[in-house]
Design a binder for this molecule. Sequence first.
Ligand SMILES: [Zn+2]
Length: 272
Amino acid sequence: MLPIKFIPKYKHRTAVSADNLCLAFIGAQLLVHPDGRLPVASDLPAHDTAEISVQIGSVTGQACVLMAWHEKTSYAASLQAIGLRAAWGLIADSHYWIAARAQQLLTFDRQHRFCGCCGTATTRMPKETARECPACLHRAYPRISPAIMVLIKKDRQLLLARSPHFRSGVYSALAGFVEAGESCEEAVFREIYEEVGVKVSKLSWFGSQSHPFPHSLMLAFIADYVSGEIIPQEGEIEDAQWFGPENLPELPGKSSIAYHLIQAGLAKIASK
Ligand SMILES: [Zn+2]
């Protein structure tokens, strides 16, 4: 999660000071020191060659600045450029979520250089997280795509599944994107039925987590099994099974909401 004292902001910068927290990207990759520290301004390529330099917030008074350069820009040999997934666990958790915000805003900025209505080049709004078309005044804002995750419990078992995209052996709770016009609850019932063919009830809220790949917001629930045999959806679900505490498969990483959701499910079935 973003640090409690993080205050979002969006303000263009003409300079970066030594005490700024720098979220610096080369292409789509974050610059970090090998020990996980973020760089300071003096470590980075020249500020005036950056394609973007925006303060995206502050934390306990320290400005957090997003800067980015094109992927062929050279940078200090003491730094390495890594993907945001690889940064998870390497850089401090509080810095990771600020970097995740930075990457989502950078993706938005790069993907909205032209107006979606008339094709004119857009400009950044000075104090708002938006790009505006000077011809038709259409404004674009960063997209956040809600996705639901649901852990189904039955007696002392949990339904866990694996997608063909998961690392070998890893199982997780079911998940899917919310469709246009749909409530989160409707998305839960639809996704579960599509992915494994079962019906559930007693949906309860667990929590949410930003999932910046590239701009999702994961909304997690726990539900009770009602009826149906597991039928994995072809192409989407490679395998789905009921697991008890004694035969758990490998779970998603400990920083993920999926891991914490499954731990909460295990605590619930243990208390039955
Ligand atoms: Zn336009």
